[in-house]
Design a protein around this ligand. Sequence first.
Ligand code: ZN
Length: 187
Amino acid sequence: MTDHRLIEITPATHGVDIDLVYATDRNLTGRPIYRAAHCLLLEPAEAALRRAVELAAQIGMTLRIFDAYRPPQAQQVLWDFLPDPTYVADLSRGSNHSRGTALDLTLLDAQGDELDMGTGFDAMTIASEHFHAGLPVQVQRNRMLLLGVMHGAGFTHIKAEWWHYELPGSRALPVIDNSESGPLRLM
Ligand SMILES: [Zn+2]
């Protein structure tokens, strides 16, 4: 596959809220990993996101995206900082974020407030796991709402992170190195 086209996701074109945490210092490394806050997804993931936006709207909600396409160089920065395969994909395996088919997100209510998901985005704790027992009922319900929206749109979840969704079969796709030509540049 040579024509893996990344599409920019914006509030204006996709009806989402975007807070690219890795373009800020509010991430686990404490400094910006992306120089520019561009939110990009591979075409089939972009199409599925459009369906997710529609499904979220049906329950009166909006999606807030924390991360989408991640250049392999940024993945390297994360791995160097936290070499734990539970939370960060190592370079030999590659992150599905670097394939353009994964995104991290949550739901906003009608007032624009994030639903209570029990932990923040990128919290490296056991409580980040989907269906983790011991979380308040409302947190479980909120996570299941996001799960329903994203599964309904064609995404699948991973066990360790409530905020992470990806297209099934992503692993078969190539990692996309967008660092030379694309808008995303490392610090
Ligand atoms: Zn993720």
